[in-house]
Design a binder for this molecule. Sequence first.
Ligand code: 5AD
Ligand code: SF4
Length: 587
Amino acid sequence: MRHPEHGAIYRQAGRARWRSRTTDLRVTDASIRYAVDPMSTGPSVYLETFGCQMNELDSELVRGHLRSLGYRFTEDFTTADVVLYNTCSVREQAENKAYSRLGLVGLRKKAGEQVILGVLGCMAERDGADMLRRFPQVDLLCGPGELDRLPALIDNVRRTEGAAREERIALAGNKSRRSTTLAAADDHLELLDLSRAFDPVEPGSDRRSAYVRITRGCNKFCTYCVVPNTRGAEVHRPPDSIIDECKRLVDAGVIEITLLGQTVNHYRYTHGLAVDTDGREQPQVGPGLAAFRAPIAAGDRVTTFARLLERIHNEVPDLKRLRFVTSYPRDFGDDILDVMAACPRICRYIHAPAQSGSNRILKAMNRGYTREEYLEFIARVTDRLPDCTIAGDIIVGFPTETDAEFEETVSLVRAVPFKNNFIFKYSPRPGTVAIDRFEDDVPTEIKKLRNNLLLDIQSEVSRKAHSAWVGRTVDVLIEEIRSERGQAQPESTGSSLSLDLAHPDSRKIELRWNRRQGGQRVGTQAVGRTAGDLITAIDLPESLANDHQSLVGSIVAVEITESAPLLLRARMLSSNSKTALAASESR
Ligand code: 5AD
Ligand code: SF4
């Protein structure tokens, strides 16, 4: 149902104001829809997000939930009434950034300002109540599995001076791993996903791309990784809930959806096992690896990942692009590749982290596949989907990694047509198996050296993967318009355009333009992505100058004219520029 004034999806029931005396503001009705009051004068909230796409999605849900309760959002943490950090524990660096932010808010408190400081996400879950001891300025902690309880925690702190610890902390502990039932019991978090707000009048929400979670948590226990501890066991959402969410997003103007799961191809939902008293299907704990790999029992009604993709593609016909991340290199069956080949709106893009090219290191990481199996998987992909782009993650300097083993990673990177790889230096994380089992014995200098060497090699590989697209006609979803505006830019660094690509964790792209390109001024360009997630800068004809901004959010056909290691350059095909403008005007 659309809001009559500003298009928000809403339902009056379930609405609550921030002044509410209610202590438990959990979402309690599966069919709740948010109502957002754009004139709200409630407390202001600053929310900053670190880490992966899951965190970005969590923050979006938190924003929608708090807005529906009358909170306003601000970009200025120095004046906000409530400051929230949605944190990441995957590497120490990410944690250090968040700790320094806590220090800054601490200064506001020392100066006597009234501000509520909350830590959300993986650091809250990992550090637990210990964080309150080390950072007394922190008022509340909320783990990633408890975000539906955040408004109640804020409310408790606001109303009760010195609220008791248990009223300020919502953490899952490891209770999600103790569940022995197939239904993810007491799954209030599902309701937060279901009740997602999508309010086109809010700043930034005119995006045409959205994330949809299909699986929470992870069961793989790679030895270096904190995620299974902080996000708990794998829980799969019912297919109908996922499809319903996709439909609502598309009704609200979204044209590109990225399905999220830590190992997205391990999605599997067995029907009839987890149903509530009204007959509605509930999220369910994922099968263990052995059960996943066993043939599906006769009589079981199962939605596999391939089937889910196919259903979304067919049942949400106005969705222009369907993507998914992150793929686990094992258990990526031909059934998924066949669906990708048959469904034109499923993007031919796979992000499948190899992590290492050495079998001994892969074993020490508990990745569950060999170098040969990874390469066999890539061969199947490129065989069936020749134009599929491939991205990955690599960790260098894992404990005990020798020069020769690092060389095996180098040769793996050379052997795969990766469009890009995100390369990380191993960071020992408390709570992981690796930190107990191995000494972090690769010196920092060696890690840095391997990191830089691999970046150079990846750059060559990326250059080749991008250059293969020159001369081809592709569709690009435009994300932003960049113009030189006459101001001085850094001189050319060799390639005509240089760019900074953040980790897929954040997916933000930042392009830096050089002032001169072959002696020519760089004019206004539209920047977007191909279906294969290749960043593309499109030179815009001056004749469209007045309409540039309206191109954002539309898909245009372009011809690729040049390439750099991480960037394509293109020209707009004259036949479609008018069509794109017309389409964007009729939105
Ligand atoms: N140290 C370095 N990199 C890590 N990653 C996960 N844990 C660690 C760690 N302890 C990387 C992996 C993963 C990506 C999201 O972060 O490459 O795929
Ligand atoms: Fe972490 Fe491994 Fe799970 Fe990925 S598959 S989230 S690296 S444990």
